[in-house]
Design a protein around this ligand. Structure first.
Ligand SMILES: [Zn+2]
Ligand SMILES: [Zn+2]
Length: 93
């Protein structure tokens, strides 16, 4: 099972394409942007041939997403702390 990953350049795009030149999994927008003119194929088509490579790439993407998630959680916590400390200040008045 391959989890649907999203492109780090185009976060709203699911990665469903494989660039044979860069040996990378990319999104539809990347084909016309970073990988313009490159030899690309549908991810499903090359999945069987490059199963291990793709899983390595999706793993990288997953790690990146996890890192991004962690950062977001940190930011949320900081915002919450700010919110609560401002509440505490208000209640003192
Ligand atoms: Zn992209
Ligand atoms: Zn490429």
């Amino acid at each position: 099972m391959v989890r649907i990953a999203h492109c780090d350049q185009h976060i709203h795009q699911a990665i469903n394409t494989y660039c044979g030149k860069c040996k990378e999994v990319i999104c539809l927008e990347c084909i016309f942007d970073l990988h313009k003119g490159h030899e690309v194929d549908k991810l499903a088509n090359v999945l069987l041939m490059f199963k291990e490579e793709i899983s390595a790439s999706t793993k990288k993407v997953r790690e990146y997403e996890d890192e991004k998630k962690k950062k977001n959680e940190k930011n949320e916590k900081n915002e919450k702390n700010d919110y609560f400390s401002s509440l505490a200040q208000d209640s003192r008045r």
